[in-house]
Design a protein around this ligand. Structure first.
Ligand SMILES: Cc1cc2nc3c(=O)[nH]c(=O)nc-3n(C[C@H](O)[C@H](O)[C@H](O)COP(=O)(O)O)c2cc1C
Length: 309
């Protein structure tokens, strides 16, 4: 890839030409995120099937600590699209907001006179995050199986507080990810992935030699060369300086000049997921968790020692 435009982070396309033992395997391997939809409503009975598929997913202790907000209201969809700067969010028939939900379980515990400290527990948080995503992925796969298309929108994490007020989320309910659902305009392309031998380790983790790591990523982004522009150079240089200091910034710029392009790793962490920016809001995210009724990152003091969960 050599272009004068900033490519999207969605990578080059590839079409896998495989033979599959059944349709499910084909569906899983030939899936792709869909961002182009036709103007057609999803029938209610189809949505019910999707929700049955989602809520039958594996979940720690079978607790199901998640909720899904169905968003079909045009104004709400438009607002989400503007917030996330991704227009299709506003035009799809349905957006689903997947949330961790300990509110419902807390209510149940209260009504049953059961002790409850889940929102103060990292263990519970960790599992409920997984539960939420696993339910979401079941819905994605079910949507594919029914001829729908979908794409996750992670950008909602920039707007947790706004989502809380938009959707009346009570304490203990935390938004995780948005999913756009609709009928695809065309079959989404299958994106190139790392080969499975880079990801699968026999019995124990095997650290790969440098040349294999480079070759593996080259296989995923073959020939990818991002054009040098003064703005990109300035951004990368500044990011490198902030994260690793002046010497590293010089080394990175020298390499870019020497190779004649910006490579994909430099692009990902220097221009797209900007390394000097990504960790900046950590503390604010902890504040957000607290505002949403979570305290798993703090020392827990049980009621008999002063503060209750
Ligand atoms: C957690 C998560 C967040 C994502 N956020 C966005 C997003 O905000 N916008 C978008 O267009 N795609 C988003 N995606 C889709 C990815 O870009 C996509 O999965 C990736 O490029 C690989 O392409 P594929 O799904 O077609 O294989 C997200 C995917 C995941 C799993």
């Amino acid at each position: 890839m050599s272009d004068d435009k900033m490519p999207s982070h969605h990578g080059p396309k590839t079409q896998i030409d495989g033979e599959y033992p059944n349709e499910t395997m084909k569906l899983l391997i030939e899936r792709g995120s869909c961002r182009n939809f036709i103007d057609r409503e999803i029938p209610n009975d189809m949505m019910e099937l999707l929700f049955e598929a989602g809520t039958h997913a594996a979940t720690g202790g079978n607790l199901q600590p998640y909720s899904i907000i169905k968003i079909t209201d045009k104004t709400a969809k438009k607002k989400l699209a503007e917030m996330c700067e991704q227009a299709f969010i506003g035009t799809v028939p349905m957006d689903l907001l997947f949330c961790i939900d300990w509110y419902r379980l807390r209510r149940w515990a209260e009504l049953q006179d059961a002790p409850f400290s889940a929102t103060s527990s990292f263990r519970h948080f960790w599992i409920s995050f997984q539960d939420t995503i696993i339910a979401a992925q079941n819905i994605c796969t079910a949507a594919d199986a029914l001829g729908l298309g979908s794409v996750y929108i992670g950008t909602v994490m920039e707007f947790f507080r706004e989502l809380r007020s938009m959707f009346d989320l009570p304490d203990g309910v935390f938004p995780v990810v948005l999913l756009c659902l609709g009928y695809p305009k065309e079959k989404p392309s299958v994106r190139r992935k790392l080969s499975i031998d880079m990801i699968i380790h026999d019995e124990k983790y095997k650290k790969m030699p440098d040349d294999e790591i480079l070759a593996g990523f080259e296989g995923k982004y073959p020939g990818a060369k991002i054009q040098i522009t003064p703005e990109r150079l300035e951004t990368i240089s500044e990011v490198c300086r902030i994260v690793h200091g002046d010497d590293f910034a010089e080394r990175c710029l020298a390499r870019i000049k020497d190779q004649g392009y910006i490579n994909m790793a430099q692009r990902y962490f220097g221009l797209h997921y900007i390394a000097s920016m990504m960790p900046i809001s950590n503390e604010d995210y902890l504040k957000v968790f607290e505002e949403f009724g979570f305290g798993w990152f703090k020392r827990w003091l049980p009621a008999d020692r002063g503060t209750s969960a």
